[in-house]
Design a protein around this ligand. Structure first.
Ligand code: F6R
Length: 603
């Protein structure tokens, strides 16, 4: 996720671009750049890594004038956080300047082909191939060249481009990455987010997939007639995409988090996955005979799910630990150990300390990280980015889904290097590709989950129980509820209830039981019965079609059917929503819960 803003009109463009980017920094904040066109001089393009202020610092005291320009703030996906990789990008002749959100999946093939044709690249990004493709096909009309190149690219894009050789216009196009046109009497804007243009106009057009728009002084056109829409959001709401809180916005982005994690990585016909970040260590991974997964908090619960996946499907003996414990233990490792560190931020001090410990011992270190260029990403031998986009709310939600999807892919990768049958690989890969749609289905039940939260609002204690793959999800559900609603919640393995915990069960201590129709379903039913026998109320997370469970429990939230190992990617979503709605009902500062920080960089 990154931010785009563009302007063509009569005003000096630079302050407009900077203002727009400021409103979009939540979409990307590891680098930013602008390009300004002026008929009387060469285009001026300035980029800087780090926060927007760094770019502003570079622009200070420079006389940059022009009424046409583009800006971009980046959340790195392909290529590290460097100035060369920041947008805008350009072609060989520096005639074409382009900003892009999304991922071009076939960029490597395109880059190789263009390289052979003599194009010279100055960045590691997928985006730059778009500039060179436009250069290749440009014959005097920019929109024609854009129309031509989008036939060749595979992936997603929201893009805006300007050219010195067809000046006085912005051409913009989209496929699965939002583009909004802002329409004013004598000026036009383009942005990836309404927040970027709200201070100038509230009249917008949402570009649809496969559409191209051309903005020129005094007029604009799209290939199809589109109605004007009036934006009702306040500026603040617009930054959150209209959602009242980032946490809700990010839960609603959970399908997208899975989609981004798996995009371009599944090879259905071979029942395997392509994880480019592991290529350099693939032979070493083949020899691995034990694995250690280390992380903190929510990421640690993802690791626990990974442990079940690795042992059941990749046949690799696996242990998990929290960073703060692992670093003080004397773990038994050898040259055939793979240590895998999972972190959204890539900056969690305890996880990093554990990683450094393993490096010192010469153990292979891998990272599953969201933030490109973070310490974890830089220090591990190899790794996989989860590509979940920026997570702003302190409580981690969509990043967890990205971690789980990545762990499932890693399981297939390791499994297929070993004894996993082709048919099993195919099954997992096929189910993984169905997950974005299945998760969207669960999100539709948000109003129903809000109602259930209301019903249980006045309870102060909650159990979360689950078994096997959903035991870590019980822990995650309890953590999320504690974190944002400040209620007491405990997550345990369902089988543990009778080993002491049942003493607390009564009518005031409800239980959330994660019981999809899987290999431990009957065991979970026994655990639910143990709770009901002590008058405990039960909310079940069950598989769609299981009507019978209604006879046993007080409330049911349904999730669709999938492979057992992938159920955590579905069952956790109602729990995230439940925690969110509880926090709303309790009137807390949801995105910044008391006493907590987003990135825990201290021990
Ligand atoms: C819980 C939460 C934390 C983080 C933990 C690790 O909602 O956000 O438990 O998961 O602090 O953070 P990362 O993943 O950045 O290493």
């Amino acid at each position: 996720m990154c931010g785009i803003v563009g302007y063509i009109g009569q005003k000096n463009v630079l302050p407009i671009l900077i203002e727009g980017l400021r409103r979009e920094t939540y979409r990307g904040y590891d680098s930013a750049g602008v390009v300004v066109f002026n008929e009387k001089a060469d285009p001026v393009c300035v980029k800087a890594i780090g926060k927007l202020e760094n770019l502003e610092g570079k622009l200070n005291n420079r006389q940059i004038e022009g009424v046409l320009g583009l800006g971009h703030c980046r959340w790195a996906t392909t290529g590290g956080v460097t100035e060369a990789n920041a947008h805008p990008h350009w072609d060989c002749q520096r005639n074409i300047f382009l900003v892009h959100n999304g991922i071009i999946e076939n960029y490597k093939e395109l880059k190789e082909k263009l390289g052979k044709e003599g194009h010279r690249f100055s960045s590691e990004t997928d985006t730059e191939v778009l500039c060179h493709l436009i250069e290749k096909y440009f014959q005097g009309n920019l929109e024609e060249a854009v129309r031509r190149i989008i036939k060749e690219v595979r992936g997603t894009y929201g893009l805006a481009v300007i050219s010195k050789n067809d000046p006085q216009k912005i051409v913009t196009a989209r496929l699965s990455s939002p583009i909004i046109l802002g329409i004013n009497s004598n000026e036009f804007l383009v942005a990836s987010d309404p927040a970027a243009i709200l201070t100038r106009t509230r009249q917008v057009i949402n570009l649809d997939d496969n559409e191209i728009a051309v903005l020129k002084p005094g007029n604009f056109f799209i290939l199809k007639e589109k109605p004007l829409t009036q934006i009702e959001w306040t500026l603040e709401e617009a930054e959150r995409g209209g959602y009242p809180h980032f946490m809700l916005k990010e839960i609603m982005e959970e399908p997208e988090a899975i989609e981004n994690a798996i995009k371009g990585r599944l090879i259905p016909e071979e029942g395997t996955v392509k994880l480019g970040g592991l290529q350099s260590v693939s032979e070493r991974l083949r020899k691995v005979n034990n694995a250690i997964l280390v992380a903190c908090g929510t990421a640690h619960y993802a690791a626990m799910v990974g442990e079940y996946m690795f042992e059941e499907y990749a046949g690799i003996p696996t242990k998990t630990d929290i960073g703060s414990e692992f670093r003080y233990r004397k773990p038994i490792v050898n040259e055939k150990t793979a240590s895998i560190f999972i972190s959204q931020s890539g900056e969690t001090a305890d996880t990093l300390a554990a990683l450094r410990e393993m490096k010192e011992k010469g153990v292979l270190t891998l990272g599953i990280t969201n933030v490109v260029g973070s310490s974890q990403a830089r220090e591990t031998d190899a790794g996989v980015y989860t590509r979940s986009g920026p997570e702003i709310a302190v409580a981690s939600t969509k990043a967890f889904l990205g971690q789980l999807a990545t762990l499932a892919m890693l399981t297939v990768y390791l499994g297929r290097q070993r004894d996993m049958a082709l048919v099993m690989g195919k099954r997992i890969v096929s189910e993984l590709s169905n997950l974005p749609e299945l998760t969207k289905e669960i999100l539709k039940s948000a109003p129903e989950i809000a109602k259930i939260a209301k019903k249980y609002k006045d309870f102060e204690n909650f159990w979360f129980i689950g078994r096997k793959y959903n035991y870590p999800i019980a822990l995650e559900g309890a953590l999320k509820l504690k974190e944002v609603s400040y209620l007491h919640a405990e997550g345990i393995g369902g089988g543990e209830l009778k080993h002491g915990f049942l003493a607390l069960v009564d009518e005031d201590f409800p239980t959330i039981a994660i019981c999809p129709s899987d290999s431990v379903y009957d065991k979970m039913i026994s655990n639910i019965e143990e709770v009901k026998a002590r008058k405990g109320k039960v909310i079940a997370i069950a598989t769609k079609g299981n009507e019978k469970i209604k006879e046993l429990v007080d409330d049911v939230i349904y999730i669709p059917k999938t492979l057992e190992m992938l159920t955590p990617l579905l069952s956790v979503i109602p729990l995230h929503l439940f925690a969110y709605y509880m926090a709303v009902l309790h009137g807390h500062d949801i995105d910044k819960p008391r006493n907590l920080a987003k990135s825990v960089t201290v021990e």
